[in-house]
Design a protein around this ligand. Structure first.
Ligand code: S3P
Length: 172
């Protein structure tokens, strides 16, 4: 399947550990689109890790950088963008995401997310409490924002290639 010139950007949203980066990279390869990771842009600009940004400057400062860098992508074309799990919370960000292109929300059950993130340490929102209850509470709070997508795709029990196939079929 080749890239369609009339297609806008593809934006991946979803909770931490739903596979946005792995799926985004593979999808970009398959479409011959550029892959951009919003968290990576933030880290590159700040010159420190996400944990360090949260510790040194706080979550509000992180959200401000996130919103600014997201806005700076307006005008991009042929891009697959994976966003951080909290990028959809701000209404202004959701407006920018929709303006940028097709919003695809990746979904996974809290139990699966806990498994996938058990060895990860650069998730400041889970560093102090990486429990099923904490993950469930965050997901519940964000659910209306994740639901504001063009399509939602369950990722549990599927391979990255399988998820990408599903997205490509849906885009046709
Ligand atoms: C966050 C998710 C992270 C990162 C930051 C905050 C969140 O991105 O942006 O730790 O609020 O859910 P990933 O979803 O890529 O882990």
């Amino acid at each position: 399947i080749s890239a369609r010139s009339d297609m806008g950007n593809i934006i991946l949203t979803g909770f931490m550990g739903t596979g946005k980066s792995s799926v985004g990279k593979e999808l970009a390869l398959r479409l011959n689109y550029r892959y951009i990771d919003l968290d990576a842009l933030i880290v590159a600009e700040a010159g420190i890790s996400i944990n360090e940004i949260f510790t040194r400057d706080g979550e509000t400062a992180f959200r401000a950088i996130e919103a600014r860098l997201l806005s700076s992508l307006k005008g991009e074309e042929n891009m697959v963008l994976s966003t951080g799990g909290g990028a959809v919370i701000a209404g202004e960000n959701r407006r920018v995401l929709r303006e940028l292109g097709m919003v695809i929300n990746l979904v996974a059950p809290a139990e699966e997310i806990l498994l996938r993130l058990r060895h990860e340490h650069d998730r400041p929102l889970l560093n102090n409490d990486k429990s099923l209850e904490r993950i469930r509470a965050l997901i519940a709070h964000r659910e209306p924002f994740y639901a504001d997508a063009d399509v939602r795709i369950e990722t549990c029990g599927k391979t990255v290639a399988g998820i990408v196939d599903e997205i490509l079929i849906w885009l046709k």
